[in-house]
Design a protein around this ligand. Structure first.
Ligand code: BF8
Ligand code: SF4
Length: 630
């Protein structure tokens, strides 16, 4: 029998084999049990919105049920399901943003949460016309936070951050009634419109989805990023290491997994606490080794260089090393499978958020009012668990990769300042980058983002796509689990410029950057929106005119659907490596992959083969260049 290959990542392969040998179940086993996915679900032809159903529509025209009991057609059912996915994704990122805004609202000079980047706060205060003269910085912060919190429910007006887009883009949104209002309102409207017997117009439902998606990218996500930077610092380039080889045999290994930096930042501080370090020594460990998983890893590696343990598909494998004392989680992308799995090892599985309690886990609520104390209690649990480690079960793979991370827009600008702008006697601008793109030294830019999905060989979609793009002089910016795939594959080391085409390699050498830039977590795709907006303004064009493309080769979450939709709605063509559940409706497929271009100047493309996707993306970039006369 042919051996199943799970991943292109040798560490993942090694640990998946360990799981096989020990008879431990992983996501790949559960996928196997799932057998062929439900054909109706796969095409989006199933509706369970009301109790007259569930209704499923026959994929064959003229045969079997062609309508739900209420009369909803396949087009309506699929559009409703799609809109609900967008609403869920938008809710998730935005609720994260709201939490961070609350943290800024409670920040105090002598509290656990302080303002780290006053400049960023003052810039935002000016942008939002908040009085700054002769005011205490914390008063300004609290007022800015309150304004942000009102973005979620304000009864009138459109989102403030939409103003950051170029004028041409704003007109496109205005003309098509896509300028989004309060974040919660857009989500609620979708839930209302998709209730039984409400909106039954497929095109209009996609339109509603597009409008809500902007509340994600230009709303909740942007609030999350901006406020995290103000509280915890704007990321700057720093060295780190990636993959499960970052675990240490002789230390207490703690993994932080999830999304919100309000928890992980405190965990970083707690892991450095002298008393807890002393306790670690007393239990026989040489120290406390904190590493991150999924987007939480991105947050803390960008700001502190904390090592990256792995991405989505590796969360169970971390436990399988037998060397993790505790896996501490907050919200999103946490497999419930960790609860029974951790019972097979000594690992403590600790949930911290009231929004994500998991049966079988130990819940230690993280209280923001006494954040550091809460974090210390959690770390203490982990340290005390070191003595329970069963050395016979321990296997830490050797492999880990070196990476440079932390390319916020500000960091990219200061990198350009240091080596290019300083010679030109100007600073704080992306102009040299725009010039490189205009001259053709760099052909364009691609944002490669998103998850892992066992439908794709782990990391293969991300890594192959990125390699092909950089080889063709397309600079890659990345976030989320895609960023971690790149880090593990060595694409974020400066030496990776050897894999780049001549032009890009030269720019990387001159500016001292890797060809694949780590821009953060999934909410940080808002950084990419700011980046492309500034580039478009410099070149005096709309975002949709730029030789810029996006891709989510291994996406799986509703968040990814919301992201893809706001990226397209912002004017950037987006390639998906996994087919979304919409293929049962020709009308929806036509809107997403064709007609969207007439409305917002960009559309979705679906291409599971990363090499073919890269070629299509490069062709699209060249088309855009030609249209711009470059
Ligand atoms: O928000 S990339 S698997 S970790 S959803 Fe989740 Fe997907 Fe990873 Fe972060 Ni984003
Ligand atoms: Fe069936 Fe219509 Fe109810 Fe959906 S909303 S389950 S299609 S009756």
């Amino acid at each position: 029998m042919e051996e199943k290959i799970y991943s292109i990542d040798p560490v993942t392969e090694e640990l998946a084999r360990k799981a096989e040998k020990e008879g431990i179940e992983t996501l790949w086993d559960r996928k196997k049990v799932m057998k062929t996915p439900c054909g109706f679900g796969e095409q989006g032809l199933c509706c369970r919105i009301c109790a007259m159903g569930p209704c499923r529509i026959s994929p064959t025209e003229g045969k079997g049920a062609q309508k739900g009991i209420c009369g909803a057609t396949a087009d309506v059912i699929i559009a409703r399901n799609l809109a609900r996915m967008i609403a869920a994704g938008t809710a998730t990122h935005s609720d994260h943003g709201r939490d961070i805004a609350h943290v800024l609202h409670m920040a105090k000079r002598d509290g656990n949460y302080k303002i780290t980047d006053e400049k960023k706060l003052l810039n935002l205060a000016k942008e939002w016309e908040v009085e700054i003269e002769n005011r205490d910085i914390y008063d300004i912060a609290h007022e800015v936070a309150e304004i942000a919190l009102n973005e979620f429910g304000k009864p009138f007006g459109t989102l403030r951050f939409l103003e950051r887009a170029p004028e041409q883009r704003k007109s496109v949104w205005e003309k098509n009634d896509i300028r989004t209002g309060a974040i919660d309102k857009e989500i609620a409207t979708i839930m209302h419109s998709t209730h039984i017997g409400c909106c039954a117009d497929a095109k209009d439902l996609v339109h509603k989805g597009m409008r809500a998606s902007l509340a994600d990218g230009w709303g909740g996500s942007m609030i999350g990023t901006e406020f995290s930077d103000i509280l915890f610092g704007v990321p700057v380039p720093r060295e780190t290491e990636a993959n499960l080889g970052v675990l240490e045999e002789d230390q207490v290994n703690i993994i932080v997994h999830g999304h919100e930096p309000s928890l992980s930042e405190m965990m970083v501080l707690a892991a450095e606490d002298p008393e807890l370090l002393q306790l670690a020594k007393e239990v026989g460990a040489k120290g406390i080794n904190l590493s991150g998983m999924c987007c939480t890893a991105n947050e803390v590696t960008m700001r502190h260089g904390v090592k990256i343990a792995g991405n989505l598909n590796q969360q169970e494998l971390a436990v399988l090393t037998g060397a993790v004392e505790a896996i501490i989680v907050d919200v999103q992308c946490i497999f419930p499978a960790l609860a029974p799995l951790t019972k097979c090892y000594h690992t403590k599985f600790i949930t911290t958020s009231p929004k994500a309690k998991i049966t079988g886990a130990t819940h230690m609520e993280f209280e923001e009012e006494k954040a550091l104390q809460s974090a210390k209690e959690i770390v203490r649990e982990a340290v005390l668990n070191f003595k329970n480690r069963d050395t016979k079960k321990v296997f830490i793979p050797k492999t880990k990769s070196h990476a440079v991370v932390g390319y916020s827009v500000e960091a990219i600008k200061s990198q350009l300042d240091r080596v290019v702008n300083s010679q030109l006697d100007e600073g704080g601008t992306l102009k040299p980058l725009a010039d490189c793109i205009a001259s053709g030294v760099i052909r364009g830019a691609a944002g490669v983002v998103g998850c892992n999905n066992p439908k794709v060989k782990h990391d293969y979609g991300h890594v192959e796509l990125m390699k092909e793009l950089i080889k063709n002089d397309v600079i890659v910016v990345t976030t989320g689990c895609a960023a971690q795939a790149a880090a593990k594959a060595g694409l974020m080391s400066k030496e990776a410029r050897k894999l780049a085409g001549k032009g890009l390699a030269k720019v990387c050498e001159l500016v001292d950057i890797p060809p694949v830039l780590h821009m953060g977590s999934c909410v940080d795709i808002s950084r990419i929106l700011v980046l492309v907006s500034e580039l478009a303004k410099l070149l005096k064009v709309d975002i949709s005119d730029l030789p810029v493309v996006g891709a989510a080769p291994e996406w799986m979450s509703e968040k990814a659907i919301a992201i893809g939709t706001y990226v397209v709605t912002s004017g950037i063509d987006t390639w998906l490596g996994v087919v979304p559940p919409v293929t049962g409706s020709d009308i929806i497929v036509d809107i997403l992959t064709n007609k969207a271009e007439d409305i917002v100047g960009a559309k979705f493309h679906v291409e599971p083969d990363p090499h073919k996707a890269a070629q299509q993306m490069i062709e699209r970039i060249e088309e855009k260049r030609e249209a711009l006369g470059l």
